[in-house]
Design a protein around this ligand. Structure first.
Ligand code: K2U
Ligand code: ZN
Length: 169
């Protein structure tokens, strides 16, 4: 396993639309292992492959609390089959938009179909933080960041602040 660099705004790679995966093989599992190690080290609770510069429709996640055992999840070619009309606001952040947090409104529940670490097809419903995180990560697969759901002014202020942080580093 290896730690990978996480890309940050305004890197144009983050705006790319990621391509579907042809097969869940050992090479893809090695990528998911690297993604999970990188996510835990950040630390974060989700990570999309594009965030480490790999334009493949792959997500890793672990929403277990710090006082709970790790519960890694792997999503290959994830699809949302259904989304509730009910929406909920959540204070989101993003490893690719460091130190910026703002409220985003998303469907409260979604039904997912994806391939797991073994390449098996899984269908399941998500709610709570699971629903928030998977929708946030699936946005990444389409080149969409959580700040793209904010006003233009807030988005421009966020990018300006991240650029200033990078310059000061
Ligand atoms: O995409 C990412 O950068 C991973 C996010 C996932 C996430 C964003 C918004 C809401 C939930 C999850 C990072 O884990 S950001 C850090 C974080 C950690 C816990 C809760 C919220 C944000
Ligand atoms: Zn993110």
């Amino acid at each position: 396993m290896a730690l990978r660099e996480i890309l940050v705004v305004p890197d144009p790679v983050l705006k790319q639309v990621s391509a579907p995966v042809a097969a869940v093989d050992d090479g893809l599992r090695a990528l998911m292992d690297d993604m999970l190690e990188t996510m835990y080290a950040a630390p974060g609770i989700g990570l999309a492959a594009i965030q480490i510069g790999v334009p493949k429709r792959v997500i890793v996640m672990d929403i277990a609390r710090q006082d709970e055992p790790k519960a890694p999840r792997y999503f290959v070619n994830p699809q949302i089959l259904w989304a509730s009309e009910e929406t909920l606001p959540y204070e989101e952040g993003c490893l690719s938009v460091p130190e910026i947090y703002d409220e985003v409104e998303r469907p409260a529940r979604v039904k997912l179909r994806y391939l797991n670490y073994q390449g098996e097809t899984i269908e399941e419903e998500a709610d709570g933080l699971y629903a928030v995180c998977i929708q946030h990560e699936m946005d990444h697969l389409d080149g969409v960041l959580f700040i793209d759901h904010l006003s233009r002014l807030k988005r421009e202020q966020a990018v300006k602040k991240v650029k200033k942080q990078a310059k000061a580093a």
